[in-house]
Write a protein that binds this ligand. Structure first.
Ligand SMILES: [Zn+2]
Length: 73
């Protein structure tokens, strides 16, 4: 199964992407984020991996259904 990362855009929307380079994001260092086209904003937003433990099951399920298209940024 395709592995996705749940991320949060600068506006607080939760969505998911297959494009986030998690291998570079070690525990304790979330990094500067990455420009992704948020499906909720419809715009490129700086997005960071969401802290899944802080999401409700509903937010998580919704985020997994909203998949961002990888940007070339
Ligand atoms: Zn957004």
């Amino acid at each position: 199964m395709e592995q996705r990362t749940v991320v949060r855009c600068a506006e607080g929307h939760v969505f998911s992407t297959a494009a986030f380079p998690m291998q570079h994001l070690q525990v304790g260092r979330l990094g500067p984020g990455r420009l992704l086209r948020c499906p909720r904003c419809g715009r490129l937003r700086s997005s960071v991996p969401a802290d899944v433990s802080e999401l409700t099951a509903d937010e998580l399920a919704r985020g997994l259904r909203l998949v961002a298209v990888e940007s070339l940024a």
